[in-house]
Design a protein around this ligand. Structure first.
Ligand code: PLP
Length: 455
């Protein structure tokens, strides 16, 4: 076909085939799926180059908060652009980076008083790992170099973040590049790692952490955990009180605690940060995604005065934290984040999330009766629906069936973009989506699951 006569979609698709390699995507089959090419967005919808519209059912990968093209955020970025887009934070400061740090400290759990910026969640985690590692060198305990992580953990895709991750499918290819960790179970109650029932287990799966600490605390720098909800492993929800137990054990054994709130932070679970559900203050809190309302790539690692002060010394003493990125503390991003947080306050968004959590829960109740829905997990506006071949035995579908994917493909035809995690269908609408939008979105979700699972 001559290029002039091609429609825009076909033309862009050709260019894409020629030049683009997508993340987390098998490129061999990608183009069979007639990929959506997003051209614009408005409110809670995306629009593709063919003029079709879709609800943004995964908040553009768990980050959109107030919708797309939000006047307040657009204005904040444009105003900042009128001043400067970016200048380095290596050895100097900027107005929005300072003001945002103040806001982050004010909203985070008690004791987290220092903010170190980066550009993605993985980097925020990388920074927490390196800070924890170096902290012990400055504290006279250089032998504390190991990390404890949890089964099914996902902390991003850089080598350090993958080292503390534990999703076989994503991570096995890089085994030879990674540092060793101690791994303890995450409380995945639907498929209990120690074969107990949630109501009577007494947190039996915590025993592994207790014994790991007993044996290895002296060589362990930190534990890293996705607080309250483990995202990429399929929206696994921790029972109340579990995170507090982890915090207490870390304190008792002098092991630093890193709470990775990249997915759970900024209202997603119905609190500003998920740690609040259990009244926990970690030694490090990593955040990203919703920090700019889904506008620009900013992430942050928050830590305590204790950690910060261990790095203070003369320039020649070797206590400096030698880590930074070209775009660390990007002004456009920080300006968007400030406007985002202001809008959180003005719309009382975190409280509203708790109301919407109940609305969504009620809407999804019908799923529980379907023969191929094993578990419906929800905390705030993080929802995972685990599909199974057999509800009684909890037997999964054969991977070749790609059921999660098939449901999401059907949802797309019905007008909503969602992405699965294996056979867990993830639903993460933008936090500000009003009830009528949530009604339409959940309607599509339920219909897609019903049709594809044949129930
Ligand atoms: N940590 C957690 C808990 C996440 O869920 C993610 C991404 O989903 C990351 C870290 C990585 O964040 P990013 O994709 O911004 O690097």
């Amino acid at each position: 076909m001559a290029k002039e006569s091609m429609d825009l979609y076909t033309l862009l698709l050709e260019k894409s085939k020629k030049y683009v390699w997508n993340p987390f995507t098998q490129m061999k089959t990608f183009f069979d799926q007639e990929p959506v090419i997003v051209e614009s967005g408005q409110g809670f919808r995306l629009r593709d180059v063919r003029g079709r519209e879709y609800y943004d059912g995964v908040s553009s990968l768990w980050l959109n908060v107030h919708g797309h093209r939000v006047p307040e955020l657009d204005r904040a970025v444009a105003d900042q652009l009128g001043r400067i887009a970016h200048s380095t934070m290596l050895g100097q400061l900027s107005v929005p980076a300072i003001l945002l740090a103040e806001q982050l400290v004010a909203r985070s759990p008690e004791g987290l008083n220092k903010v170190f910026y980066s550009d993605s969640g993985a980097e925020a985690v990388e920074i927490a790992i390196k800070m924890a590692y170096q902290f012990w060198q400055h504290s006279g305990r250089p032998e504390k170099r190991k990390f404890i992580t949890m089964t099914g953990a996902y902390h991003g895709d850089t080598i350090g973040a993958v080292s503390v991750g534990a999703i076989e499918l994503f991570h096995h290819a890089f085994g030879g590049l990674l540092f060793d960790t101690f791994r303890v179970p995450y409380p995945y109650c639907y498929r209990c790692p120690v074969g107990k029932q949630p109501d009577s287990c007494g947190f039996a799966c915590l025993e592994a952490l207790r014994s790991t600490l007993e044996e290895h605390a002296d060589e362990t720098a930190a534990l890293i955990v996705e607080p309250v909800v483990q995202g990429a492993n399929g929206m696994i929800v921790m029972p109340p009180g579990y995170l507090r137990e982890i915090r207490e054990l870390c304190t008792r054994w002098n092991v630093l605690m890193i709470a990775d709130e990249v997915a759970t932070g900024f209202g997603r679970t119905g609190r500003m940060f998920a740690c609040e559900h259990d009244g926990v203050s970690p030694d490090f809190l990593t955040c990203g995604k919703g920090i700019t309302g889904g506008y620009l790539p900013v992430a942050a690692t928050l830590t305590t005065d204790r950690v910060y002060e261990a790095f203070l010394g003369e320039p020649w003493e070797g206590k400096t934290f030698y880590h930074g990125h070209s775009y660390t503390g990007n002004q456009l991003g920080c300006a968007a984040a400030l406007a985002n947080l202001e809008l959180f306050d003005r719309t009382r968004l975190v409280e509203r999330v708790r109301e919407k959590e109940e609305y969504i829960r009620k809407r999804l109740e019908v799923l529980k009766d379907l023969p191929h829905v094993g578990d419906v997990r929800q905390k705030g506006m993080m929802i995972g629906i685990e599909l199974v071949a057999d509800r009684t035995s909890k037997e999964p579908y054969p991977v070749e069936r790609q059921m999660g994917f098939a449901v999401c493909r059907r949802a797309r035809d019905l007008g909503m973009i969602i992405r699965p995690l294996g056979d867990v269908v993830v639903f993460m609408p933008p936090l500000a989506a009003p009830e009528d939008v949530l009604e339409a979105m959940t309607g599509i979700l339920i219909r897609a699951i019903r049709e594809v699972t044949g129930s």
